[in-house]
Design a binder for this molecule. Structure first.
Ligand SMILES: [Zn+2]
Ligand SMILES: [Zn+2]
Length: 329
């Protein structure tokens, strides 16, 4: 049987030859697109605000499975040329190749996240402080980097305020602020306290709008501090999960509950620098149990030999003097 349209070739598909059948297929048509693009973060609004590339939008938009495309961008107008290969019938011997173009108009805009962020929106403030102290510059820098590097993609911090006593982070959600506080506690030790106040009413959802204040409080003892503990002087080695104290003779590791107990019993306190002196002393002689040292004023004294410090004759060591006691530090 011959093709009933052209009468020249053998009929293969629905009474037509293949060229006549393909000629009868609808032309390839792809509708033009208008896209908003966030000026701040580059997100595109395709269905919703999404962090996707223009290529990904093209791939989702073209209603054909097998195609190649080329993108040409001029300012805000993108021209996309598409070559598609389609199969309309199982008896087709080769793919039907069609070409077309469509345009994407890109409109600068602000995504929901960025407009909230730029307007200073926040749901919770994370306040970072150290008990009884101001935060140092190093502590602030460390805390900033921990907080910022652990921020999840959907969350944002609309403002960071450096205050005299510490840093305030204004978070997009209470959940994100609380999460940051727990990450800080895990890495640095300390306590997290939460409080919430109702600031309004969400009319659509019929629920209260709450604003959170999350307080992350570092413990008051920090590495390098000198403490008097059970009548012995120690240096703080670390103060994260537990309080770790050390001097030349012994070492102590206390959970924070124990720290609170010792404080209440007046067995643990910070030693202010006016109460002790640290002197560089030279070792004159070493015996199995004692070390003879010379102080800066040439006075010599026998001290108990430290356990963890290798003492060599002629070398200089920092020794802390408190009342009648001396400590290798
Ligand atoms: Zn034909
Ligand atoms: Zn944005």
């Amino acid at each position: 049987m011959m093709c009933f349209q052209c009468g020249k070739r053998k009929a293969r598909i629905e009474g037509l030859c293949e060229p006549c059948f393909l000629e009868g297929q609808p032309p390839l048509f792809i509708r033009n697109l208008k896209l908003s693009k966030c000026k701040e973060c580059g997100a595109l609004h395709y269905g919703s605000w999404r962090d996707i590339s223009l290529e990904k939008v093209v791939e989702e938009h073209v209603p054909v499975d097998d195609f190649d495309y080329r993108i040409e961008q001029r300012d805000m107008v993108v021209t996309v040329s598409v070559v598609a290969r389609q199969w309309f019938h199982e008896n087709q011997t080769h793919a039907f190749v069609q070409q077309t173009q469509f345009t994407i108009h890109v409109r600068p805009s602000l995504c929901d996240q960025c407009s909230k962020m730029l307007s200073g929106y926040y749901q919770a403030v994370l306040q970072v402080r150290r008990q009884d102290h101001l935060l140092t510059e190093e502590e602030r820098a460390l805390i900033d980097s921990i907080v910022v590097s652990n921020l999840r993609e959907k969350d944002f911090i609309s403002q960071i305020k450096e205050r005299k006593e510490g840093t305030d982070f204004y978070f997009s959600t209470s959940k994100a602020a609380l999460r940051a506080a727990h990450i800080l506690r895990k890495q640095l030790g300390g306590v997290v306290k939460e409080s919430y106040t109702t600031v309004g009413m969400d009319r659509q959802k019929g629920t209260d709008i709450k604003r959170g204040t999350i307080l992350f409080l570092l413990h008051k003892y920090k590495p390098g501090d000198i403490l008097l503990c059970q009548n012995e002087v120690f240096k703080v080695i670390s103060s994260s999960q537990k309080l770790h104290l050390k001097n030349g003779y012994s070492e102590k590791v206390f959970p924070w509950k124990k720290v609170e107990y010792l404080e209440s019993e007046n067995q643990l306190q910070a030693l202010s620098s006016s109460k002790y002196t640290v002197k560089d002393c030279q070792v004159i002689d070493v015996t199995p149990s004692q070390v003879l040292v010379m102080l800066p004023d040439f006075e010599t004294r026998y001290l108990k030999r430290p356990k963890d410090i290798k003492v060599k004759v002629g070398n200089w060591y920092s020794i802390l003097f408190f009342q009648e006691y001396a400590y290798w530090m």
